[in-house]
Write a protein that binds this ligand. Structure first.
Ligand code: ADP
Length: 265
């Protein structure tokens, strides 16, 4: 805390007042520190794929392009790195939009159970065969007032992680529960799990339990940070439960309205 004192003095020289301005510099310093750290992280995340690409391109330019056993592989690496940079920049743009003051949700009342099933269907078509899906979603409609694009993004980020971190033959369970006008959505996998003391940190920007593994799987380290901001913008909460070696469940809530009992018929 910093205090600025100003003495109010009359022309006669008598002191008749004192103004004290208290600045919470610790808060400002924290913001500055976070910003510096964020910029350093972004620079690092971009530099890694760029230096990889540079060395592969140099090797190609030095003659590897003529070697049919090397060239396709080297080009493949540069392509993958480019894709990852595009994902990273897109994630950064999403975050910067969320951070901006004039950020608005474009909400509509929709039936969450139908919406969730559609999203799972999309993943079901593209997922690897060895992963199975288990849906535990009520048949009756549950209405939520949401920005569909944003909640699609939330579900996409969580489900992609569940698939990425699932073992051969793993099952992913999708659940929806409604209680007192709060709907709780959860996605469980049987993957590597997350150590207890890291459970809250996975929602921080660029935090990864295992950096190398996340990079190899094409991660940006921003997926859950984006999900958290989007859920909180809907007045919901997001959290994780996990057991190492057993699996992880990501939960989030949204305010809801269950369909009225059929008084009209
Ligand atoms: P990433 O792009 O690295 O997946 P996220 O923000 O989506 O970034 O997740 C942050 C970190 O949380 C991941 O790097 C991983 O360590 C951990 N994590 C997220 N989801 C899971 C999961 N289902 N199982 C195990 N670890 C997970």
């Amino acid at each position: 805390l910093r205090a600025n004192f100003s003495v109010i003095q009359k022309e006669t020289g008598f002191v008749n007042g004192l103004i004290t301005v208290l600045h919470d510099i610790t808060e400002q310093e924290k913001i500055d520190e976070e910003r510096r750290e964020f910029v350093a992280n972004v620079s690092h995340e971009l530099r890694t794929p760029l230096t990889t690409m540079r060395s592969y391109l140099e090797a190609l330019a030095d003659g590897a392009w003529k070697d049919e056993s090397l060239a396709p592989n080297f080009l493949n690496v540069t392509q993958n790195e480019t894709e990852r940079m595009i994902r990273l920049v897109n994630d950064l743009l999403r975050l910067s939009k969320l951070d901006s003051k004039d950020y608005r949700l474009s909400k509509n009342w929709i039936n969450l159970t139908e919406f969730f099933n559609h999203i799972i269907d999309r993943f079901e078509m593209t997922k690897a065969e060895h992963i199975t899906f288990d849906r535990n979603i009520p048949k009756s409609p549950i209405y939520v007032d949401i920005d569909e694009d944003k909640i699609t993004q939330v579900l996409y980020n969580i489900i992609s992680n569940a698939i990425k971190y699932s073992p051969e033959g793993g099952q992913i369970a999708f659940r929806v529960k409604e209680n007192n006008e709060i709907v709780e959505i959860s996605i469980s996998d049987q993957g590597v799990g997350i150590p207890k003391n890291n459970l809250d940190k996975i929602f921080e920007r660029f935090y990864r339990v295992d950096k190398a593994r996340s990079r190899n799987l094409g991660g940006t380290g921003l997926g859950l940070a984006i999900a958290k901001e989007m859920v909180e913008a809907h007045n919901g909460k997001i959290w994780a439960e996990s057991e190492e070696g057993k699996g992880t469940t990501i939960f989030f809530t949204l305010p809801s309205e269950q369909e009225q009992e059929d008084d009209w018929s």
